[in-house]
Design a protein around this ligand. Sequence first.
Ligand SMILES: [Zn+2]
Length: 444
Amino acid sequence: MLEKIPKSFIDELVLKTNIVDIVSSKIQIIKRGKNFYAICPFHNEKTPSFSISLEKQFYYCFGCNVHGNVIDFLMNYEKMSFLESIKELSMLNGMKIPTKNIKYKKQCEKIYYEKKKLHNILYKLSKKYINNIYEKKNVQVRKYLEKRGVRKDIIEKFSIGYSNNIKIITDKYAKQNKTLVNLLIKAGILYLNKNNTIYNRFVNRIMFPIKNSKGEINGFGARILTKSFPKYLNSPETKIFKKKENLYGINEVYKYNKLIKKLLIVEGYFDVITLFQNKIKYAVSILGTSININIIKKLFKISNTIIYCYDGDKAGKNASWKTLEISLPYIEDNKILKFIFLPKGEDPDSIIRKEGYKNFKIRIKNATPMSEFLFKKLLKKNDLSSPEKKTTFSRLAINMIQKIPGKIIKFFLRKKLIKKLGITKHDQRCLLIPKKYIYKKKKK
Ligand SMILES: [Zn+2]
């Protein structure tokens, strides 16, 4: 991407933009001497150590050492991609992005505007869904949400809506509104079946907009109001909606937390909403049942502490273990991974209703650290009653520990392993230390 946009243009863009204007439009700043200061948006602090230099057009935090120019700021604070921040700044300055490769430029612009169009139509649609809730005839929707205990302010905060009973789009309507209908098909709202009939994908469903971190709607999650199947339905994969990448509730997490100290990962829309309603405003839901590497990487970028709280059933337990296994290669020394195991048959939505905020807070506080879960699970399968069993256990544990990149956490896990095995003598300990550290006999 970098080589496609001339460096001179990027330099000019940075030069033309006043970083102080951009930063001050996002966070509160104060002037002190030549420089400007703010409470750092990237670490937790009470006195401002985030400095913005007008002269150097640069920011630097004396607390956490983050630094960069206006592009870096947009990328880190607004979670924009490099290209998005270039576009944003170009627009602000009324500059057009030049590129050596015209075809590539056109392609980029085409994708950008296509996505914009989809985001716009979903935004408009979401407004309509929201209005539907309050229509007189849709009393059953309001009753349902009431029954589930969702407060009115939460319905508004999460832009929850309702998609009505319209199943088929008539030919007449489709002909008269060709562009709109095509766009709604691209956005995954309508679909064409084999007989060329256009259907509404979401009939009689509560609609949960799935937003990105910036608040644009990428797709919808939808829950049926009646007893029919499937209970939950997501938007299909579109140019802006990827089931494996989106997180329900992420926009609200950014919006309502100045600093994301920890992130709670749950399985359902109602889990996120009920937790939020009970003052836990840092929960997001993965879409569908399975966690994947992309999401894990994304989560660790958002926060250093990730706590998984799956449903209290066998599937939830298995999901926790799978999560641990695939997270190992991403556990740096500053990353913390924890798990909450709920009682059988409970999910975060049900349990917090039963036991309230205070008790759920205790569950979060007492969440099982990755290290504890790892050894517990391996020991459950392999007790240490014989050398063979000890060997199997060691092999499994070492294999897993080796995958962790964090040197310090790896050291302590090895130490814990040695202790579990009851190895005390130094030379025996060598067995578990990587080859290169083992003393080699000199060749004769
Ligand atoms: Zn800082």
